[in-house]
Design a protein. Structure first.
Length: 385
């Protein structure tokens, strides 16, 4: 059946980038429809899963620190509006650093410059405050006391719900890739419907290289990422908030979260995994990954050395060549925007990105050069962490 209605903007992809873009476009007064093949923040999406970190530290990446600082109050306000304030968990975020670590020194400088709230902690302070952590060769840390965890799947669903309450439409449709040039007026769906709009935003995450293989097939790299939840000892509150913060150790390439909602102590390896297809990759965690996580857990959190594995998840990052976001117009379609490249760190920035893109679409203005398509290369050289 053909859909006769036309919109100012059609947004394809109801992950964190697409949903917030639809939210802000509707807030600007545009008529907006949001489409997704599997549902907002579905289990196959890079925005799926239970939890994501929101932190301000980004080494020298001032733009990302400022976007995080902008995003957190926007997330919190939306959760209040949705009647779900618990979708932000104020765990705090603890960075474990080593002497002379350039990223650490850059993070300290950028947090100071941007006016972010943080504490610099010496090793003695870390050990006194967090005796349940074995800091090993880490020598100091930064605590972001107001940062924490976003409950990812439900957070995105809340954004979509609030956008709908404000007048946006949501449709679960599989949209076919366009093959026109010049200006796009209509998209077709797998069900035979058509979508008519003045502008289109493709925020398809790891599906972007499949939708636009000619221009993004070698510029977006979906990677397999495994996440593990370990059960904490009965009656032990040392691994719940407020005793345990969310933590990051970049040198070890691991990060984790306290036991939230009794799901278990979360731990994940941040190094990029093998390249995968989001539709067909196995969602079963590997025995090797589980064993490595368990070994790391025993080293950093000795009281959890015998903790049982209670839950696993396999998702994917959708990486650009260097980790910067992709926000740019399609080179051959003047009214089509390409948005993605969350690169494992993008979730937290959803409100800032949506607000930014909606402003560019409705008010004009140049795109930040580091977000341009031209800066995305076919060889991965990760520079944003």
């Amino acid at each position: 059946m053909t859909r006769a209605k036309s919109y100012d903007v059609a947004v394809i992809g109801a992950g964190v980038f697409g949903s917030w873009t639809a939210y802000y476009l509707r807030k600007s007064g545009a008529s907006v429809a949001l489409f997704d093949s599997y549902g907002p923040s579905n289990a196959r999406a890079s925005s799926g899963g239970e939890s994501r970190i929101i932190r301000m530290g980004y080494g020298p990446g001032e733009i990302y620190t400022r976007w995080s600082m902008r995003a957190l109050p926007l997330w919190k306000q939306l959760f209040v509006d949705a009647g779900q304030p618990q979708l932000f968990q104020p765990t705090g975020v603890l960075w474990m650093f080593h002497d002379g670590e350039p990223y650490a020194l850059d993070t300290l400088s950028t947090l100071q410059k941007c006016g972010a709230k943080f504490e610099k902690l010496a090793l003695a302070d870390l050990r006194a405050r967090y005796p349940q952590i074995s800091f090993g060769d880490a020598t100091w840390g930064i605590l972001e006391p107001e940062s924490g965890v976003l409950m990812a799947r439900r957070a995105v669903q809340a954004v979509v719900s609030q956008a709908q309450k404000n007048g946006a439409e949501y449709h679960q449709e599989s949209v076919l890739a366009p093959n026109e040039r010049g200006r796009l007026s209509i998209l077709k769906t797998a069900s035979g419907s058509t979508i008519s709009a003045g502008a289109f935003v493709f925020a398809c995450g790891p599906w972007l290289p499949k939708v636009f293989p000619a221009i993004l097939g070698e510029r977006i790299f979906p990677s397999r990422q495994e996440v593990f939840f370990f059960g904490i000892p009965a009656g032990d509150t040392r691994f719940e908030m407020p005793a345990m913060p969310t933590w990051i150790n970049l040198q070890d390439e691991y990060y984790g979260m306290p036991d939230i909602e009794s799901r278990g102590f979360k731990i994940a390896f941040d190094r990029h995994g093998e390249t995968v297809d989001p539709d067909t990759q196995s969602r079963l965690a590997s025995a090797e990954g589980a064993a490595a996580a368990k070994q790391y857990l025993a080293r950093r959190f000795p009281a959890l050395k015998d903790a049982p594995l209670v839950e696993t998840r396999v998702c994917q990052y959708e990486n650009t060549s260097n980790g910067d976001f992709l926000i740019d117009k399609h080179p051959a379609l003047e009214n089509v925007w390409l948005v993605g490249g969350g690169s494992g760190h993008g979730f937290k920035h959803g409100p800032s990105l949506g607000e930014y893109l909606a402003a560019r679409m409705t008010q004009g203005g140049a795109i930040e050069p580091r977000f341009s398509l031209a800066t995305k290369q076919p060889v991965e050289q990760r520079a944003v962490f």
